[in-house]
Write a protein that binds this ligand. Structure first.
Ligand code: SF4
Length: 364
């Protein structure tokens, strides 16, 4: 744990911060091993598969087992039941989620692009992700937010967006090949990193969404109790949101644009704001959340302010917002004059003043 004190001294006390404890109470408890991570609870909920189950049957069973999941989680949280006393069933809610994810990928609509390709048969959609576990890197990240660091970040290849200013473009747009691993190998690394002091496992990329199957299979093999962070652009489909419920302990979203037009021009995706805002509403019903907003130059009025206002009007008390000022032009940003520079001091100040005015829980 010595790295924590050298590289991010504020991380040591972050979990005692009153705002963090108020907004992310369960996350803090899991980090401290005072509560059980969702995916470990999902492994204890029995699923009885039958050969003649249709996909529609499986979704109905999912609704039923999620009710059981919530009841059990409440009992664990109140200390009424100890998780060690429950046997691990042969097939669990986590296995059911894996089956459902395979069915979604067979006509892929993991994200709102809804490419409808059969990835189980080798076809690829806009993200160019297959069914194998292809990652760029995994390491102990000391530079995430103070309450998240040290974070075991796993960077997947491929992304559902095509952001023209992407800071991770070599990963998201396949300018590197990545290396192939397996769920079992990844699980061993997660268990080892937890023992070395990681506060969480942080699925990122690119974007984790196209890689959901690999992630669920990895969690099935994980033995340690560790919070799961879904670090994503939040362009998931509603079906994916359903699968993530009961798996993710803290969402870490990247809320980029305050309208659909900027998203279409700069990330080449339709209906971004509709999908992203809907997913924030779904996520905050079930899961704790930190939101990142990278302020873009010349986008204060069209993006930063509408996003902060939307958060204020809809989910203010349920989230922590990180207002990020580290934008630099990368990838194709030079082709877009509005974003082809760093932020000015005035722009940063304006974003922070607006968050203050709205009384949002924010960090910088
Ligand atoms: S995850 Fe990839 S293949 Fe699936 S819908 Fe999204 S972009 Fe298309």
């Amino acid at each position: 744990m010595w790295e924590l004190y050298i590289l991010r001294p504020d991380a040591a006390k972050a979990l005692d911060d009153l705002m963090i404890r108020r907004v992310l109470p369960r996350y803090v408890k899991i980090v401290r091993s005072d509560a059980i991570a969702n995916f470990q609870i999902a492994k204890k909920i029995e699923f009885k598969p039958r050969k003649n189950h249709s996909v529609a049957d499986l979704w109905k069973i999912h609704i039923k087992l999620m009710k059981e999941f919530r009841k059990n989680r409440e009992k664990f949280d109140k200390g009424i039941t100890k998780i060690g006393k429950l046997r691990e069933p042969k097939h669990s809610l986590l296995d059911l989620k894996i089956r459902l994810t395979e069915s979604i990928i067979g006509y892929c609509e993991l994200c709102e692009r809804k490419c409808h390709v059969n990835r189980m048969k080798g076809e690829k959609g806009a993200c160019k992700v297959g069914t194998e576990c292809l990652i760029s890197s995994e390491f102990m990240h000391m530079g995430e937010e103070a309450h998240i660091s040290p974070s075991h970040t796993i960077f997947f290849m491929g992304c559902t967006l095509n952001c023209q200013f992407c800071q991770n473009w070599s990963i998201s747009q396949w300018h590197e090949a990545g290396y192939q691993t397996t769920p079992e190998e990844l699980a061993i690394r997660i268990d080892r990193r937890r023992k070395e002091g990681s506060r969480n496992v942080n699925w990122v990329g690119g974007d984790p969404t196209p890689n959901l199957l690999c992630i669920l299979k990895t969690l099935k093999s994980c033995e340690v109790n560790i919070p799961v962070i879904w670090n994503s652009n939040f362009y998931m489909s509603e079906k994916t949101m359903n699968i993530l419920n009961g798996i993710v302990d803290m969402h870490l979203s990247d809320f980029k644009y305050g309208n659909n037009e900027c998203a279409l021009r700069l990330s080449k995706i339709p209906k971004y704001f509709n999908a992203c805002s809907r997913n924030h509403l779904i996520a905050t019903k079930n899961t704790e959340m930190t939101i990142r907003h990278l302020v873009l130059p010349n986008h204060i009025e069209c993006c930063t302010k509408p996003i902060l206002k939307w958060i204020h009007d809809n989910i203010r008390d349920k989230v922590i917002v990180n207002i990020m000022d580290q934008y630099r032009p990368e990838y194709n940003a030079h082709e877009y004059p509005d974003i082809n520079r760093s932020l000015t001091r005035e722009e940063i100040k304006e974003a922070i003043n607006y968050a203050e005015e709205l009384n949002i829980n924010y960090i910088t």
